[in-house]
Structure formats: structure tokens, C-alpha cells
Design a protein around this ligand. Structure first.
Ligand SMILES: NC(=O)C1=CN([C@@H]2O[C@H](COP(=O)(O)OP(=O)(O)OC[C@H]3O[C@@H](n4cnc5c(N)ncnc54)[C@H](O)[C@@H]3O)[C@@H](O)[C@H]2O)C=CC1
Length: 288
């Protein structure tokens, strides 16, 4: 009997690293192949084709993306090429070897005008190029065959991420200015990886929202990190809530909380509240 084969693209990214590690640590006989952006450039159709056709994976896990939201406005051609057209090439090559595609998308496909958590079937209306290009990628997937996981506000213990940045700034006593007027679903990349693996192992197809539970702003995330570090945010005068419009050129949805009820219905699992999930990361960062 052959073991399920997984091919991870964008394996050097925040999610790609976690997913590769999670797949490699499974208590099941699986084969995992992982390519970084320099090994397989998904923007090159022939390279994508060659990698997928030679390895014949059961699942191509696309963790590669152009995720710099503000740069997407300046480089729309590149954004559409990587976030949309490349997904078409991945799907074409996967189809040739009867493989499925697990793709990741974003809460930024929504405009933020909702008053309750977004479901998978809610009207999409991206505000900027990043969201539009990711929506383009979603549209390349095959109904009933591929898996599209919309997630949001990813955090991990990687360097440069919000958790490690706040820990560093707090230690240096540097001022902390974070957006307070945008709320969403902060999500830990390890938890998303676990859920994605579960969905693939249960042969789920279609669109699922997968995020940690609860609602927060980046300002609240930072307050929570400071509390976990034993610093009373009330005493930290340097922390300031700023407006998204003051910080970023590209528009962002002011409310992009995602409902995970489809994920719960499909797998019987729930995701942890983001406060608990973040606590695990900060504990690891604080005591490396
Ligand atoms: N970071 C976040 O807050 C959110 C991320 N997402 C989605 O989750 C997925 C993973 O995001 P992250 O890991 O956080 O992003 P990331 O930016 O950390 O990783 C993306 C990876 O793709 C690679 N990449 C870029 N262009 C490539 C190319 N032409 N060929 C191959 N690789 C290429 C980059 O080198 C990077 O390693 C993406 O689909 C993203 O759109 C969705 C919502 C929120």
C-alpha cells in the first residue's frame, strides 16, 4: 500500500514551516516533500508542473503567497501572478496526477461591513489588491475536489512576527503603537496547521474558515502579550492604540472575524481561543 504523499510549496513561510513540521510529525505513514520559494517558484508554470508531475503527490499544500498587503497595491501584476495565476498552474499540474490542492486564503476577501462572524458563503468584496488576488486564487480551485482554507491574522514564534516583536520591544522599553480600530480573528499558525492536516486527512473539500476562537484587535493582542510577560498594560505608558488608516496605505476590513462552524461540523473539533493559543507561543518565546 502506498502512503499518502504531501507536497508543501512555500515551505519557508510562517505557515509553510509549521505545516511541514506538523506533517512530518504525524503518527501515520506519510511522505512529505517540502520546497522553499527558492527551490520551487510558483510564479513559474514549468517549474510548478515539473515538481508536481515528478512527485505525484496526493495533496499539494500551497503555503506560498505574496502576503505583503501594502506592496500588493504597488505590484498588482506580481500579486495576481503569485496569488491567483500560480494557483491555476498548481491546480492544472495536480489534476494531471489526480492530486488534490489545499490552498490558503484570507479574511481580506471580505469588506468588513458585517456585524457577525463571516461564514464561507457570505458575500465577498475585497477592499484591495491583496484580497482580490487571493480571491482570484480561490476561484481557480475545483469544486468538490480541492480544499480552500480561509484564515486570518497569523501569529507564530518566528522572528519578526508580532509575538516576538512585542517581546523584543517590551524588553527594550521601546514605544508600542498598534492598531486598535480593526478587529479580527488572531490565529496561531500551529493551530491552523493542525486543523489543515485534519481536514486533508478526512478528505474534506470546499471552503472552510479556520481561525482561533475569540475576537481581538492588534492592540488587544499586544496587551495580552504584555500581560503574559508579567507587565501590567495599565502601567505601560508606551502602548498606544492607533488607527489602521494612520498606519497602513492599503485599505483593510475593519471587522473580519471568521466563523469556524463549518470546520466544527466537518471534523467535530474546535479551535482554542486565541488568548490560550497565544499563551503557548509567548511561553516558548519567553523561555526558549
Ligand atoms: N499572515 C497572515 O496574517 C495571513 C495569511 N494568510 C494566508 O496564509 C498563507 C500563509 O501565509 P504566511 O505563512 O503568513 O505568509 P508568509 O509571507 O510568511 O509566507 C509565504 C511564503 O511564500 C513564499 N513565496 C512568495 N512568493 C513565492 C513564489 N513565487 N514561489 C514560491 N514561494 C513564494 C515566501 O517566500 C514565503 O516564504 C498565505 O496564503 C496567506 O495569504 C491568510 C490570512 C492572514
Amino acid at each position: 500500500m502506498t502512503h499518502p504523499r504531501f507536497l508543501v510549496l512555500g515551505a519557508n513561510g510562517q505557515l509553510g514551516q509549521r505545516l511541514t513540521r506538523r506533517l512530518g510529525g504525524l503518527d501515520l505513514p506519510v511522505e512529505v516533500f517540502a520546497f522553499t520559494s527558492s527551490e520551487v517558484d510558483i510564479g513559474q508554470r514549468s517549474i510548478v508542473n515539473e515538481a508536481i508531475r515528478s512527485l505525484r503527490p496526493d495533496w499539494v499544500v500551497n503555503a506560498a503567497a505574496f502576503t505583503a498587503v501594502d506592496r500588493c497595491e504597488l505590484e498588482p501584476d506580481h500579486a495576481f501572478r503569485i496569488n491567483a495565476l500560480a494557483v491555476r498552474w498548481i491546480v492544472e499540474a495536480a489534476a494531471a496526477v489526480s492530486g488534490r490542492v489545499c490552498n490558503f486564503s484570507t479574511d481580506y476577501v471580505f469588506d468588513g461591513h458585517a456585524a457577525q462572524p463571516y461564514r464561507e458563503w457570505d458575500r465577498v468584496n475585497p477592499l484591495g489588491i491583496y484580497g482580490r488576488s487571493k480571491l482570484g486564487g480561490e476561484q481557480e480551485l475545483r469544486a468538490g475536489f480541492d480544499l480552500n482554507i480561509r484564515t486570518a491574522w497569523l501569529m507564530s514564534a518566528s522572528r519578526g512576527n508580532i509575538a516576538s516583536t512585542v517581546v523584543r520591544l517590551a524588553r527594550e522599553g521601546a514605544p508600542l503603537r498598534f492598531v486598535g480600530d480593526q478587529v479580527g480573528s488572531p490565529t496561531v499558525a500551529d493551530d491552523l496547521s493542525e486543523a489543515a492536516v485534519q481536514l486533508m486527512l478526512s478528505s474534506c473539500t470546499g471552503c472552510f474558515h479556520v481561525v482561533n476562537g475569540g475576537v481581538g484587535s492588534w492592540y488587544q493582542v499586544v496587551q495580552w502579550i504584555l500581560r503574559l510577560l508579567g507587565r501590567d498594560p495599565g502601567q505601560v505608558t508606551e502602548i498606544e492604540a492607533i488607527s489602521v488608516a494612520d498606519r497602513y496605505p492599503a485599505p483593510r476590513p475593519s471587522y473580519s472575524v471568521l466563523s469556524t462552524s463549518s470546520y466544527v461540523a466537518a471534523t467535530g473539533r474546535t479551535t482554542d481561543d486565541w488568548h490560550d493559543a497565544l499563551e503557548r507561543i509567548v511561553r516558548d518565546l519567553d523561555h526558549p
